[in-house]
Design a protein around this ligand. Structure first.
Ligand SMILES: Cc1cc2nc3c(=O)[nH]c(=O)nc-3n(C[C@H](O)[C@H](O)[C@H](O)COP(=O)(O)OP(=O)(O)OC[C@H]3O[C@@H](n4cnc5c(N)ncnc54)[C@H](O)[C@@H]3O)c2cc1C
Length: 381
């Protein structure tokens, strides 16, 4: 049985690893991605704030040698979910089972003036470029702005505001700077009231201006003002954007989407096409767009594919649980444990505390060990 996995992000790497662990050379997995390396979302913040170097944050796919898995670096140009056939710039591929795990793309052009007048920190290139921008930024008015929802990693904009506070404090220019966090909804982490409360306390303590229910409709690059709400303006020297998110164009063109994302059975990740699954950020599952949830989706898809290979059935169902780490700056990390399905929809918050810094490192290093067979310590030596 040929298994075609489109996208080698959190979901694709976890799925291919699980299938390889279970079947070794007896499985025929082709894993396709346009990039030559995987980068954790949180590593983008680490690079941008000078806490690590770009090379340590990039994990080359050439290093994944998994029995039964062939990695192909190629850009997927079309997907036929009926024939389970894809066209790429490295040729055509057919599968008996197709898994679409192509993530969410960013569309900075969606917001007038953003490309010319702002910086986004959600793509690898955007975040890595910001490393130099922040290194040279001495003081001024900083806006962290979320353009629209859904967006990946609900904590990331708040983390960015807090890390910006630390950076300017270390530089001795915090008192002559302003930091504002602008979002089109009511609390910093919409799915977690407990984490939101803790963040609002941290913002108040650090003098970060919290602007809820505020839509950024555009930037005026010449006047360096953000256009907000109905005719309001916010001046800025540095605008750090979470751009509008969209499914990759190839997914939109495949006809698989409804309201912009691929609908799936949230418990099994099956699409409406037989033997075609979608998981991770590209799928409309009802959980936030985050790596931990993408990984959870992949586990269920792996169980279903394994059962299919063995001609068995499985009762493996996705439970909607995710444990996310939340940077508070000042070397403090909190943990948000949320379950979205079933009775318990609101999760708990642990920390922030310095002890959880180690747990977050363990989160990253354990994935790198499993997916790439690499030691975190040697990468960051
Ligand atoms: C700043 C930031 C911080 C974050 N922090 C965290 C965190 O602390 N914890 C957490 O759990 N999540 C975090 N996230 C979110 C996390 O990165 C994503 O939710 C996660 O990567 C989604 O996994 P995925 O497999 O669905 O998609 P992705 O990991 O985005 O993978 C999709 C893959 O598809 C490939 N692809 C897309 N289109 C094509 C094409 N046409 N042809 C070939 N390949 C293609 C891409 O190259 C990519 O490798 C963060 C995100 C950001 C931006």
């Amino acid at each position: 049985m040929r298994i075609l996995i489109l996208g080698a992000g959190f979901a694709g790497l976890e799925l291919s690893t699980r299938l390889s662990e279970e079947f070794g050379d007896d499985v025929d997995v082709t894993l396709i991605d346009q990039s030559d390396a995987f980068v954790f979302g949180f590593s983008k913040l680490d690079v941008m704030f000078g806490r690590t170097v770009p090379n340590a944050a990039r994990h080359p796919y050439a290093d994944t040698v998994k029995p039964g898995v062939t990695f192909v670096q190629a850009t997927i140009a079309s997907i036929d979910p009926v024939a389970k056939h894809v066209e790429t710039d490295a040729g055509a591929f057919d599968g008996d089972i197709l898994v679409v795990a192509l993530g969410a793309d960013l569309d900075p052009q969606h917001t007038p003036g953003l490309v010319e007048g702002g910086n986004e920190f959600y793509t690898v290139s955007g975040a890595f470029e910001l490393r130099d921008v922040l290194a040279e930024f001495e003081r001024g008015r900083v806006i962290v702005g979320v353009i629209s929802t859904p967006f990946k990693c609900p904590p990331a904009p708040s983390e960015t505001a807090l890390l910006m506070h630390d950076l300017l404090t270390e530089r001795g220019t915090r008192d002559s700077s302003e930091i504002s966090l602008v979002m089109p909804f009511g609390r910093p982490i919409p799915p977690s009231p407990a984490a939101s409360e803790a963040l609002l306390g941290a913002f108040a303590e650090r003098g970060i201006t919290w602007c809820p229910q505020t839509a950024v409709t555009g930037l005026d690059p010449d006047r360096r003002v953000a256009l907000v709400g109905d005719g309001g303006e916010m001046p800025y020297d540095l605008f750090l954007a979470v751009p509008h998110h969209v499914a990759p164009a190839v997914v939109l063109e495949s006809g698989m989407t409804v309201d912009g994302w691929i609908p799936v059975d949230p418990l099994t990740l099956e699409t409406s096409h037989p033997d075609v699954y979608a998981c991770g950020d590209v799928a409309a599952v009802g959980t936030p767009r985050a790596g931990v949830f993408a990984e959870g989706h992949a586990k269920v898809v792996a169980d279903h594919i394994a059962a299919r290979i063995r001609n068995e059935t499985t009762d493996s169902r996705y439970g909607g649980r995710g444990i996310c780490y939340l940077e508070f700056g000042r070397d403090q990390v909190a943990l948000v444990d949320v379950t979205f399905f079933g009775d318990q929809k609101v999760g708990k918050l642990v920390g922030p505390s310095p002890d959880l810094v180690r747990d977050k490192v363990e989160f990253g290093s354990s994935r790198i060990k499993r997916w790439f067979d690499k030691d975190w310590a040697s990468i960051h030596a």
